[in-house]
Design a protein around this ligand. Structure first.
Ligand code: ZN
Length: 149
């Protein structure tokens, strides 16, 4: 039997999108496996994409952060418990498009990219918490907004 981890939903409550889900590996086992692949400082190797000709950085100088041990239970995220949610506090900030379930918001500056945006559900859900109805709009390109050129 797998290990259960909460991802925003309540695994013990029937009706919750997370109800009954199991993870194939405990956080401790995952961390141990990742540590085994890391160097003596706990850093994972640079991914293969860094070796691609079009990769915009010099892979010799890229350094991954050392792995940190999992913290369980996971501390409350923004919008959980008494932690304020920045999106709920400023629901219209940098929003490029929205409907009743989703919004597309420009990422705050400064960025070192010409443009970046994040599609997010209005409800406090992780991707794995979405049921088929909630996930349907992000799986069809016809539901995506046209961005200004
Ligand atoms: Zn929120």
């Amino acid at each position: 039997m797998g290990y259960q981890v909460t991802t925003g939903g309540d695994l013990s409550q029937p009706g919750s999108p997370a109800y009954g889900r199991e993870m194939p590996e405990s956080p401790e086992d995952f961390y141990a496996r990742a540590r085994a692949a890391a160097d003596e400082h706990g850093r994972l190797p640079v991914p293969d994409q860094a070796m691609w000709e079009i990769f915009p950085f010099e892979h010799e100088r890229l350094v991954a952060k050392p792995l940190e041990a999992p913290v369980l239970p996971e501390p409350p995220r923004e919008g959980e418990g008494d932690r304020e949610c920045g999106r709920c506090a400023h629901p219209d900030q940098d929003v490029l498009w929205s409907d009743d379930r989703w919004l597309l918001a420009r990422l705050p500056q400064p960025l070192r990219l010409p443009f970046a945006a994040m599609l997010m559900p209005r409800a406090h859900l992780d991707l794995g918490d979405l049921d088929d109805c909630q996930a349907a709009p992000i799986s069809t390109s016809s539901s995506w907004p046209a961005l200004p050129g």
